[in-house]
Design a protein around this ligand. Structure first.
Ligand code: PMT
Length: 220
């Protein structure tokens, strides 16, 4: 039987962030939002109050979910922190690690003879790590790790470095299912050697299996 999440508040992030360079260009990534939206939908169906902080995606809002739309990593950071406190934070968004240092108010033009353009990027704030380091920390902080190679190794590094309770590792890149597809496979890693392979399965089914693990941990 599916574990109930009645009475719990979950904050879920989903989708990409777009980091604007000028009024017509941005840095983005291939996240469709499907994974995070599936988690939000299943959590709401199981009785949780769900705040879904969504980057720029074309996904319908799941029933019973409070959705906050954002564009940039900075806006996602603000929206996630405004939604706290919560019982569990699940960071499924593909947040940009770097953003342009400056936004050009007018469209950047190429000048005659120009062969290269150097764009200075600065690090964004790590939403997941900051939520996990907060004094009034959610009982459970779940991160994702999107990797093209050494999936388990890099994911374990993120588990330790970001101070989270669980990391869901998935493969992205050519031929991999992480981004955009309706299916995925997750390797969930926790402390004390916890390791659980979920899928391959539909993202909605994976959301249910992941939320069973979440409910076990925040239900006690
Ligand atoms: O949206 P879909 O098309 O369905 O694709 C799903 C997905 C591949 C995007 C999803 O399953 C996934 O892996 N999401 C995390 C993608 C990612 O950015 O991974 P990362 O390894 O770069 O980041 C690790 C974790 O830190 C993530 O939980 C991320 O939300 C978080 N992070 C990263 C940078 C930052 N500045 N703030 C963050 O909170």
């Amino acid at each position: 039987m599916s574990a109930s999440l009645a009475g719990r508040h979950l904050v879920v992030s989903a989708g990409p962030t777009f980091e604007d360079i000028d009024p017509v260009r941005f840095i983005g990534n291939r996240s469709s939002g499907k994974m995070g939206f599936a988690i939000a939908a299943v959590a709401a169906a199981r009785g949780a109050r769900v705040t879904l902080v969504a980057g720029p995606v074309h996904q319908p809002t799941p029933a019973g979910v409070q959705r906050v739309d954002v564009r940039s990593a900075a806006q996602m950071h603000a929206a996630v922190f405004a939604a706290l406190p919560c019982d569990a934070y699940i960071g499924a968004a593909a947040v940009a690690d770097f953003t342009p240092r400056a936004f050009a108010a007018g469209k950047l033009k190429k000048t005659p003879g120009q062969d290269t353009l150097v764009l200075e990027l600065v690090k964004t704030r790590d939403i997941l790590a900051e939520v996990a380091a907060r004094a009034q920390r959610p009982r459970l902080v779940v991160g994702f790790a999107a990797e093209t190679d050494n999936v388990a190794g890099y994911a374990r590094g993120k588990l330790e470095r970001k101070g989270v309770d669980l990391v869901c590792a998935n493969q992205v890149g050519v031929g991999a299912t992480g981004f955009e597809s309706d299916d995925n496979a997750l390797l969930v890693l926790g402390h004390d050697g916890f390791e659980r392979a979920l899928g391959p399965a539909a993202k909605s089914a994976l959301a249910g299996l992941l939320l069973d693990l979440v409910a076990e941990r925040i239900g006690r």
